[in-house]
Design a binder for this molecule. Structure first.
Ligand SMILES: [Zn+2]
Length: 258
């Protein structure tokens, strides 16, 4: 097994939208890839689209749970559904379910969507890092990928990026290998001028690109009887369009910085 790497994901879908290409490439390179999910992402207003009280431009027709055969979602059932989506997406990227770790299992408290603190993120990263290194003695430094600490507006995303930054400042040897991803809405953001080492990560081959497109499909999966509600696409279809080939003519890519 290759050198370990941890991708820290604020909410289900951030891994595919921000780092899908990078995750698939690390798997292809034989790296020991772990994903740390911080929250179930249950505060999203897109729940009203599934429940029929809000129009979804992506779906283009109103939902009617009674007709379509499901109970309206609440925050609990939404959380369960979103975990199904990220597990399916990670499988497409080449990461099995036993390599998806939940912050709440590691730190004993569940960070809530929109309320992730820097301290919670650091604690979860350190806890997972200990576990990963114990399983891989002598495997070398662990890579750490998180959302950008600067180029984003979401506080969960920023705090996780800042957690990585702080870990790097506190122990530059252990955390020498850090990367930050920028999600599509900020690909032309002025704050990009404040970060260093910017680069596009494009798929090395067609199969890698296809893996990212397939991960997107997990978030478009409509199968209410199986508890799959295409939540990702109901929530941020525009962002997925940048990854699934709809508006990105050259296929998926990631914008990363150091
Ligand atoms: Zn997010």
């Amino acid at each position: 097994m290759g050198r370990p790497v941890i991708f820290v994901v604020p909410h289900p879908d951030d891994e595919t939208l921000g780092a899908g290409v990078a995750i698939a490439e690390h798997v292809a390179a034989g790296r020991d890839v772990h994903v740390l999910l911080m929250t179930r992402g249950t505060s999203s207003g897109a729940i009203d689209k599934i429940n029929g009280s809000l129009w979804s431009p992506w779906w283009g027709a109103p939902h009617n749970p009674a007709v379509e055969g499901y109970q309206p979602l609440d925050s609990h059932t939404l959380g369960v559904a979103r975990l199904r989506e990220i597990r399916a997406a990670l499988g497409c990227l080449g990461v099995s379910a036993d390599r998806l770790h939940y912050a709440w299992d590691l730190i004993g408290v569940e960070p809530l969507d929109t309320q992730v603190s820097i301290a919670q993120a650091k604690a979860a990263i350190v806890a997972l890092h200990q576990k990963v290194m114990a399983d891989n003695p002598g495997s070398g430094n662990c890579g750490l990928w998180t959302p950008s600490h600067t180029v984003d507006n979401n506080s969960d995303h920023l705090n996780i990026g800042k957690a990585s930054q702080q870990l790097g400042a506190e122990d530059p040897v252990v955390w020498a290998d850090r990367r930050y991803w920028v999600i599509p809405p900020y690909w032309n953001d002025a704050r990009l001028n404040q970060v260093v080492g910017r680069m596009w990560d494009t798929p090395a081959d067609a199969q890698t690109a296809n893996r990212v497109k397939n991960a997107c499909r997990a978030y478009a999966s409509w199968a209410p009887e199986q508890g799959m509600y295409a939540f990702g696409y109901h929530s941020v279809a525009d962002m997925f369009a940048q990854m699934d080939g709809t508006t990105s003519t050259n296929g998926p890519k990631c914008l990363i910085h150091k």
